[in-house]
Design a protein around this ligand. Sequence first.
Ligand SMILES: *[C@@H]1O[C@H](CO)[C@@H](O)[C@H](O)[C@H]1NC(C)=O
Ligand SMILES: *[C@@H]1O[C@H](CO)[C@@H](O)[C@H](O)[C@H]1NC(C)=O
Length: 140
Amino acid sequence: MKLSSKLLALAALGAQVQAQGPASPAQQPSAPVLNFLFSVNVTIGLSLKVGNGIMNTTRAVFPISGGQAVEPRISAKVLEVGADWAFYGTLLNGVNLLTLDGANILVEAKGQTATPTSDPKSTGAVHVQATFDTVSKAYS
Ligand SMILES: *[C@@H]1O[C@H](CO)[C@@H](O)[C@H](O)[C@H]1NC(C)=O
Ligand SMILES: *[C@@H]1O[C@H](CO)[C@@H](O)[C@H](O)[C@H]1NC(C)=O
């Protein structure tokens, strides 16, 4: 039985650095810019408990069995080959995207989950650093 979840609407940001030659003393490098790439919903399966971690919390792995990523830069199907390792305060996940125009993109994300807090203003934000790996020229 699969547990369907809208899960995280992962807002992936990619850093784009302009290629430049060696900077002359008078030249300042330009600051990198962030581009919003896509939002994604994934379907997760039942968790696999993998022991207790710090503060006696359960360490668990959730299989990712599909989903979709939607614009502006990437629109894709999430393939059934991912997983999310959720340990107290941290996460690590990997999914494979198949874009609507046929490119395969491996997305690996790791980061911090929000720490439990009684602050009503807490956003519960999850901060991740994602890397994208593809051989598609259209997306490199
Ligand atoms: C994710 O699910 C939410 C709630 O159903 C929906 O509003 C949103 O458009 C979905 N986003 C994607 C990328 O599928
Ligand atoms: C840790 O949690 C387990 C249940 O998940 C419980 O049986 C055990 O007593 C807990 N240990 C401590 C030190 O709280």
